[in-house]
Design a protein around this ligand. Structure first.
Ligand SMILES: Nc1ncnc2c1ncn2[C@@H]1O[C@H](COP(=O)(O)OP(=O)(O)OP(=O)(O)O)[C@@H](O)[C@H]1O
Ligand SMILES: [Mg+2]
Length: 217
């Protein structure tokens, strides 16, 4: 479904990715581990088309994404990809419900349908009654569940998560991890998850390690 081929990325003299290849299949959960600075976030941003490689291809459903114009790429990203980040995840001035709806509103969808789906997602994540709360009025685990709901609002083919449980205590982390695998079992949701959490990394269908700018064999 999504692949990168022979991807290189440098920052000045620092070569981070050095000819990396990776293919992600529909319905699988892939974890990416590696030392701090190994290039995990860099790779996730390239897979998510938020950043472009210096060399190499990113192919989504047989389309080389960087051959698309930036508008087409942005709408492809919004329709097909969901993102969960560790920090600065939710917009603080918006309610939980609004945060979940925002990527849905971008796609010129019917607003009432987006709100309805957002409410259902929040309810399914145990956040009924919290729709009108601002992020600062929610616990860390609740905020992260709102971020999961937001990542799913457009029924994306693939969800990218960068240290999704890095901020959570072990109980909340375990609940979040269970949620990912419930979504995989129920909806064949595809995930690419960067994590330092060994338990989560081991639960994945495939655990990949970045060493020296490539996926370790
Ligand atoms: N915009 C940038 N400009 C310059 N250097 C960068 C930039 N982004 C990342 N780097 C450098 O590239 C390397 C890889 O960064 P990256 O964020 O991908 O690492 P990581 O594996 O996600 O690390 P961590 O586990 O600490 O999050 C690091 O040495 C980092 O300092
Ligand atoms: Mg990182």
């Amino acid at each position: 479904m999504l692949s990168v081929k022979n991807v290189y990325k440098s920052y000045g003299h620092l070569s981070v990715l050095k000819g990396l290849d990776l293919e992600i299949k529909k319905g699988e959960v892939v974890s990416i581990v590696g030392a701090s600075g190994a290039g995990k976030s860099t790779l996730l941003h390239i897979l998510g088309t938020l950043d472009s490689p210096d060399r190499g291809e990113v192919v989504l459903n047989n389309t080389n994404v960087f051959n698309m114009n930036s508008q087409a790429l942005a709408s492809m990203r919004n329709e097909n990809m969901g993102f969960i980040f560790q920090f600065h995840n939710l917009l603080p001035e918006f309610t939980a419900l609004e945060n979940v709806c925002i990527p849905g509103f971008i796609g010129k969808k019917n607003e009432e349908q987006v709100r309805d789906r957002a409410r259902k997602l929040l309810a399914s994540l145990g956040l009924s009654g919290r729709e009108e709360h601002k992020p600062s009025q929610l616990s860390g685990g609740e905020q992260q569940r709102v971020a999961v709901a937001r990542s799913l609002i457009n029924e994306p083919a693939i969800v990218f998560a960068d240290e999704p449980s890095g901020n959570l205590d072990s109980k909340n982390a375990q609940e979040l991890h269970k949620l990912f695998f419930d979504l995989k079992d129920q909806f064949q949701q595809t995930f690419v998850i960067v994590t330092h959490n060994n338990e989560l990394a081991e639960m994945a269908d495939r655990k990949l390690e970045i060493v020296d700018g490539v996926i370790a064999k």
